[in-house]
Design a protein around this ligand. Structure first.
Ligand code: CA
Length: 133
């Protein structure tokens, strides 16, 4: 069974690129071009990974991330923020609301793959700790 990924991205070119990279890694990606349905979709489908754009037409990526990370049903799902914002304070804000990784546009395939590897390491570490009390 392939792993599910949610991509929340309003720019079709970027969304399509992200989906293609994830497909090559064996994910089954779902692309949402609006932010508001993202939290409900995540609760329902429990994806293994979320790529979240910060600047969406109908919602703020920070708020979506915070909602996901404050909810016990979704807080262990890795979130990679994908954004054109490059200021240090934006990155800090992203981490404050619980983002696991922060990817700046334009990104390379290697950078995205590194971010995915990093969040899965985090996830495995959590599971190891949980298993050993
Ligand atoms: Ca955007």
């Amino acid at each position: 069974m392939s792993r599910k990924a949610l991509i929340v991205e309003d720019e079709p070119v970027t969304g399509g690129l992200l989906a293609e990279i994830l497909r090559r890694r064996g994910f089954e990606p779902t692309l949402l071009q609006e932010g508001k349905p993202a939290v409900g979709w995540t609760r329902q489908h429990q994806p293994d990974l979320i790529l979240l754009d910060l600047m969406l037409p109908d919602a703020d990526g920070y708020e979506i991330c915070e909602d996901l990370k404050l909810d016990k049903e979704t807080n262990l799902i890795p979130v990679i923020m994908v954004t054109a914002r490059v200021h240090h304070k934006d990155k800090v804000h992203g981490l404050q609301v619980g983002a696991n990784q922060y990817l700046t546009k334009p990104f390379t395939v290697d950078q995205l793959n590194d971010a995915i590897n990093a969040v899965f390491d985090w996830r495995e570490e959590l599971q190891r700790r949980g298993a050993h009390g």
